[in-house]
Design a binder for this molecule. Sequence first.
Ligand SMILES: Cc1cc2nc3c(=O)[nH]c(=O)nc-3n(C[C@H](O)[C@H](O)[C@H](O)COP(=O)(O)O)c2cc1C
Length: 184
Amino acid sequence: MSKIVAIVASARKNGNSDTIVKAIAEKAKANGNTVSFRYLNDFKCLRGCQACLGCKKAGRCVLHDEISDVLEDIRHADGVILSAPCYFGQPSAQYRILEDRMFSFLDSNACSVIPCNKKLAVVITCSGGVSEADAVAKRISDDAVSLFKYQLIDTIVMADGVSRNAAANDAAILAKARDIGSKF
Ligand SMILES: Cc1cc2nc3c(=O)[nH]c(=O)nc-3n(C[C@H](O)[C@H](O)[C@H](O)COP(=O)(O)O)c2cc1C
């Protein structure tokens, strides 16, 4: 049984990112894995990387807040689901804060200090066409593989997500999510 942590970096609970992640998680759980959700938007304090370089000595982020807890959850997980909506062509600010704090996963030679080969799924949603969101998903998954040595299962990019129910009504997206979930 593997431990999976699901990061939802949308402002909307039960929105498109959350719905897709839940579909992945449902299938992953049916296969005997545990999945715990982290809703970044619920955090009272979202502090970005302070560039203190304390992590280069300590081997972990030296801030003590909810994001540090998520970083530890990721460190100890066997699998990770990273999800974010596309805002102004980038992942949401909630995601970017977590991402900058992942600097603590790198030592001073830019080598990862967290266990490698974590399975990874990346979910990016947007309301326009897929090109911007595709680029975001590619950048996040490329970094995860090259910097942190994740093993990418797949990415999901969902376009036309103006309504928060768009993913729930998209059978193809949900089928792809369940397929990814079965690979954890
Ligand atoms: C502040 C803000 C900026 C956005 N910027 C973009 C964008 O640049 N491109 C795009 O396609 N959609 C954009 N969207 C739409 C969201 O990405 C889209 O509705 C997405 O499905 C939301 O995901 P959620 O349901 O998980 O919250 C933006 C939405 C907000 C609130």
